[in-house]
Design a protein around this ligand. Sequence first.
Ligand code: ATP
Ligand code: PAU
Length: 255
Amino acid sequence: MASILIDLGNSALKWSLLDDPENPFTYVHESSGILDEKIKDKWQELGVKNAYGCTVASDWIAHSTKNFLSSIGAQCTWFTAKKEFTGDFILKSNYDHPELLGADRWFAAIGSVALHKDEPLLVCHLGTASTIDSVIPTGIGEYVFLGGRIAPGPAMMREGLARGTSHLPRAFGRRTDFPTNTIDAITTGIVDSQLGLIERAVREMEGIGATPKILLAGGASKVVAPYIQQEFDNVDIRHNLVLHGLATMVREQNH
Ligand SMILES: Nc1ncnc2c1ncn2[C@@H]1O[C@H](COP(=O)(O)OP(=O)(O)OP(=O)(O)O)[C@@H](O)[C@H]1O
Ligand SMILES: CC(C)(CO)[C@@H](O)C(=O)NCCC(=O)O
């Protein structure tokens, strides 16, 4: 009998055993709503009885995942963002409508605090969309999710440029300081846009006296990681922060 964690994103489903969020498995669903037979076999083989997850994918994909789990006799609970997380520490949301914050962002923030206590954090998830969120400590064991930025992820930027113009290709080139061809110009533009989002958010945090540790996660983070590491000392690259957050929440519930 096993319990698993699920981070259902817009292009990929990431899952891990409840006790092992450091070792996630990824399955790219590309919004198809059809789960790969291999995942199903694996879950069945493990004897999954409980799945704890969060989703920002379409209702249809969330529904079909839940249905599949129920067909193998497993319960699936989807968690959403809340005004406050109370556990080993307290995290308050500063979002205008906390329940409308993407659940992946909320659990990534919880996971980040669980990993790095007492520090200002910039939680960067570069996936289908890029989200750059600020969390600061406000007292002993207390933190606030200050807010964050949402932008297209690198792949979406590339697709958007190719789709919206007549002469721009889908570019996979090099980032250079002075690009001299279209492919490198696009690649550099996209990488620098992602870097700019992070750098700008760091500066805003520094402006309120909170130099952050930068946490980088998500399928597209490898695109920016080398540059961020070059520029900032305090960088932590993670496979998945959302699963960490979910594990923290479930641990708290079973306390
Ligand atoms: N090397 C890469 N270069 C550019 N983009 C990449 C790279 N590797 C993965 N990606 C992109 O990252 C995205 C997938 O990221 P992730 O695994 O975090 O999934 P996701 O669940 O779709 O994210 P989200 O939670 O934003 O929906 C896809 O858009 C994919 O094309
Ligand atoms: C921004 C994404 C797409 C990132 O996965 C997701 O967190 C989402 O759909 N959020 C809802 C809107 C919000 O967070 O304000």
